[in-house]
Write a protein that binds this ligand. Structure first.
Ligand code: ZN
Length: 418
């Protein structure tokens, strides 16, 4: 039968053969059943140690779900033998298409996990008429495999970031590799405390930590302490993305306060819907937004002053000489501290406090890429947005490793899709 021919070209098992193919209704669903039998005279392998051993008995047939065909579910059916292993006693035999008691074939799990990278888990479940839980388990398998088989040697640069998960203040700390040759999520763990980051370093090990040449993070105090303690040899950089985020937060604070003030005077409309105009870089504004921005600036509002200070500070990143950059920074701080813009003054104080680490940005080599941590941050948030059905932090961690970890996948002998 043709299905058998196709299967033989996709999957070949040394000691087993595809036997018959027939229709059957499984849990109310029309399905294709492919029965498998062991080759005559083949000796089963102990599932514990993989050694060949004599047959003890044969169990009832089990079904193992395979990649669906033309919208029909496909199951392998096989009656596993038990072996009498000289070391492990009576054990179920090892089969090459599935692991242990798993009801899904390894190929199907890898297939689903592959799709779950492109679609949300819910969409993957809908497209392949399976459950969310099945997709989740497939992704777990892919992530476990990937983490066990990835190569983490030669990492010299890491970026530390955090994202808020769920409503309220639940955080995940994320550690990325940000080397020029490889960028990926290395680790993630709940909370954003010193303990969290210590857990990463413990896992990473002293030897690998000593190989780190540069570390980028935001100015979150627990991170600073731990980095200093665990990898003091690395150049610690406060990255541009996190610093500019503080500016954005300050401008937003000033804007909100000013909206209130203007409302009290009956002039509330001018600042409405300006949040994004004020937070975007000037060159990214549309023509219409540029006109509105000009109107705002002409009105001499507090928020306009804050905006101009931020705009001015952007030059800082263009310097190449750390000394010049340092002078610019000091001058900017002094100027800002003379204003009456409290949130901006907080930013200025923060910059002064972390002056040394901020200036590490200009250490010529190794220079980290501007958008790297920011890009990962956006991708992580996108993953969370696609997360219909994530009920706990475990789901989220698995999803992040899956989408951002650039993990190796189990080898398949056939490409089911591009
Ligand atoms: Zn054994």
């Amino acid at each position: 039968m043709l299905v058998k021919t196709i299967l033989n070209s996709i999957e070949r098992f040394k000691s087993f053969v595809f036997d018959t193919v027939h229709w059957e209704t499984v849990k109310g669903v029309h399905s294709i059943i492919v029965s498998i039998r062991a080759r005559a005279n083949s000796r089963p392998e102990c599932s514990q140690c993989g050694q060949k051993a004599p047959v003890y008995d044969t169990q009832r047939a089990r079904s193992y779900e395979y990649v669906p065909l033309w919208g029909y579910k496909v199951f392998f059916r096989y009656a596993p033998r038990r072996v009498s292993c000289p070391v492990h006693g009576v054990r179920v035999e090892r089969v090459p298409w599935a692991e242990g008691k798993e009801q899904m074939t390894t190929t199907y799990r890898t297939f689903l996990a592959g799709w779950a990278k492109r679609l949300s888990w819910l969409e993957t479940a809908q497209v392949f008429r399976t459950s969310w839980d099945t997709v989740y388990r497939a992704v777990c398998f892919a992530v476990e495999y990937g983490l066990a088989h990835r190569d983490v040697n030669g990492v010299t640069g890491i970026g530390i970031d955090e994202i808020q998960v769920f409503v309220g203040h639940k955080y995940l700390t994320l550690v990325y590799q940000i080397d020029h040759h490889a960028r990926r999520l290395l680790w993630c763990g709940p909370e954003r405390s010193a303990k969290t980051l210590l857990r990463f370093f413990r896992k990473w090990g002293d030897e690998r930590s000593a190989e780190l040449k540069f570390i980028s993070s935001d100015m979150w105090a627990p991170y600073l302490t731990v980095v200093h303690k665990k990898a003091s040899q690395a150049i610690h950089i406060l990255d541009r993305f996190h610093i500019m985020k503080k500016f954005g937060e300050a401008i937003d604070k000033i804007r909100r306060a000013e909206v209130k003030e203007l409302k009290a005077k009956g002039q509330e409309t001018v600042l409405e819907k300006t949040r994004w105009i004020l937070l975007k870089n000037k060159e990214n504004l549309t023509d219409k937004q540029t006109v509105r921005l000009k109107t705002l600036l002409d009105m001499n509002l507090k928020v306009a002053k804050a905006y101009l200070l931020r705009q001015d500070f952007l030059q800082f990143w263009e310097f190449t000489d750390p000394e010049c950059a340092g002078r610019f920074l000091d001058e900017w701080v002094t100027r800002t501290l003379k204003t009456n813009l409290e949130p901006m003054k907080d930013v200025a104080r923060m910059l002064r406090r972390h002056r040394e680490l901020i200036l590490n940005w200009f250490v010529p080599e190794p220079k980290i890429s501007n958008g790297c941590v920011e890009g990962f941050n956006l991708k992580a948030k996108l993953t969370l947005r696609k997360a219909f059905g994530f009920r706990n932090i475990n789901h989220i961690q698995v999803a992040l490793y899956h989408t951002l970890g650039n993990l190796p996948t189990p080898p398949l002998t056939h490409r089911f899709c591009g």
